[in-house]
Design a protein around this ligand. Structure first.
Ligand code: SF4
Ligand code: SF4
Length: 500
């Protein structure tokens, strides 16, 4: 059955297929990033009155979860850090390979933990100045790393924002995929991964390189000389790629394929979670502990992050600080994140996987059980992120109006009138909880479907599949229940005047 291909949808298809679309989106985002940095460094330091205090923490996060939910990894597609990266590739040596011991998700896991902790410890959401410096540091890091290393090392191995998108886009309804596998089977150039070269260079490469496995021979690996169109920098070879993991939606493969054989197709949101075949670039995700750690971290972080801004947790942290005899909230925060992002996921996963194994017919080490079921938890985690970020977006979405008015007034443009500081909510307050509950329950449903199908694939019969799946179903249900409780707690209205 042929799948719906967005590149063949009128208007949308030609726009997505236009070779400058990505550069245009990146330039727009880069322009916004520059405005955010300038306002963060030189504008008013009251977060709700500053672009750096509102756009990244209220609007951008709302947009990215909506984009992941209804389309795919649109943030990486429009990522503003890509343009400086491209400059770095052009002018830097960009010829070292990323160190072999670091070719996994462990560095990214550490970077994410650091980011979640820093967000709360330095109250980044309330400091436009620090937000501006985080953005500048991000630009500098992407520039330096990709100036020295080949391929998309920063995106693939380090970028915390990228990892958030790689994991959560596993449930997105679209993916970049081949249209007709038979065309790939007879393809001789493999341009989607190697890139397209001018005819002379291409002939030289073909005679020397065609025997090499495609994964090891991305376009950048063959060199930039004579390169007309880059191939996949993430080492995802289209005929063996499966899903959105590690895909930045850069669309290079679409432009590189000489047979017009790559599209953006619609798919089931659980398809990628239950797949177990070896994929190009990522290998078998249900057998990789580093991917399991990344998924579990992002799942539990959804709760830890939201919980960190509720009244009961503030009171608990104050009580622990006084009980421990330390006046420092930083000490308690560090404990909170070590326990919430490392200790708790480790203990809960160990318990759940042990119960699942005890009830299953399989006799396998937990290091096989945990990565096998971890992908099923992506939907509940993503649902919690979505409910949380949409809450802030729906409560404070209109704050952008007075902030832009003030920004323009500071530049001497008064045409938009005095800032309307009362603007804020996008929907009535009574809508918020029902919307959040629907999202959480949708995530739970997808997790239950994916978990059951994983168990059915692994177990020899339906009864043992049901038993092995049960502990994971209980965990997902408890997480969803905890999410609903959490969203009914008094929460800081970050990015709005109610936070002050
Ligand atoms: S996607 Fe295009 S370039 Fe890549 S193998 Fe298939 S036909 Fe060849
Ligand atoms: S080139 Fe690679 S990262 Fe870019 S869209 Fe294609 S598969 Fe995804």
């Amino acid at each position: 059955m042929s799948r719906i291909d967005l590149l063949r949808v009128p208007l949308l298809g030609p726009f997505l297929g236009w070779r400058h679309t990505r550069t245009l989106l990146q330039a727009l985002c880069l322009g916004l990033a520059v405005l955010i940095i300038l306002d963060g460094l030189f504008g008013p330091q009251l977060a709700p009155r500053n672009l750096a205090g509102t756009l990244p923490w209220v609007h951008w996060r709302g947009f990215v979860v909506l984009a992941l939910l209804i389309a795919g990894n649109l943030f990486c597609m429009a990522c503003p850090f890509m343009l400086p990266r491209r400059l770095a590739k052009r002018f830097g040596p960009a010829r070292w390979s990323w160190p072999a011991p670091l070719r996994s998700k462990w560095v990214a896991v550490a970077a994410l933990i650091l980011f979640f902790w820093a967000y709360e410890a330095f109250a980044l959401w309330s400091s436009p100045w620090l937000t501006a410096w985080v953005a500048l540091s991000y630009f500098a890091l992407a520039f330096v790393i990709d100036g020295f290393f080949k391929g998309a090392s920063f995106c693939r191995h380090l970028c915390p924002i990228g990892q958030f998108h790689f994991v959560n886009s596993m449930v997105s309804p679209t993916e970049v995929a081949v249209r007709d596998p038979d065309v790939c089977a007879s393809c001789e150039t493999l341009d989607c991964i190697r890139g397209r070269y001018d005819p002379e260079t291409a002939a030289a490469h073909r005679s020397k390189q065609l025997a090499r496995p495609p994964d090891a021979a991305s376009g950048r690996a063959l060199g930039l000389e004579g390169l007309v169109q880059g191939g996949c920098e993430l080492a995802l070879f289209q005929p063996r790629k499966g899903g959105n993991a590690d895909c930045t939606f850069c669309l290079e493969c679409i432009h590189a394929c000489p047979h017009d054989n790559v599209g953006i197709v619609l798919r089931s949101p659980v398809q990628e979670l239950i797949a177990d075949e070896k994929r190009s670039g990522t290998g078998r995700i249900p057998r990789r502990l580093d991917w399991a750690a990344l998924i579990l971290l992002l799942t539990f972080a959804a709760w830890v992050n939201a919980l960190g801004m509720t009244e009961p947790v503030f009171r608990l942290q104050a009580w622990i600080a006084s009980w421990a005899g330390t006046g420092s909230r930083q000490f308690v925060l560090a404990l909170y994140f070590v326990f919430g992002l490392i200790g708790l996921p480790f203990l809960v996963t160990l318990l759940t996987a042990s119960a699942s194994r005890a009830l299953s017919s399989l006799h396998e080490p937990l290091t096989r059980t945990i990565p096998a079921y971890a992908p099923a938890l992506v939907p509940v985690g993503f649902a919690m992120w979505t409910a949380h970020y949409l809450f802030h977006f729906l409560v404070g979405g209109l704050t952008i109006v007075p902030v832009v008015q003030e920004y323009l007034r500071d530049l001497g443009i008064a045409a938009t009138g005095p800032p309307r500081w009362g603007a804020g909510a996008l929907v009535p307050e009574s809508w918020l909880l029902p919307i959040e509950i629907v999202i959480l329950q949708g995530g739970l449903l997808l997790t239950l479907v994916a978990g059951h199908r994983i168990a059915s694939r692994r177990e020899p019969d339906r009864r043992s599949a049901g038993r092995a799946f049960l502990p994971w179903a209980v965990l997902a249900t408890l997480l969803t229940g905890a999410g609903i409780w959490l969203l009914t707690q008094p929460m800081e209205m970050r990015g709005t005047f109610e936070a002050l």
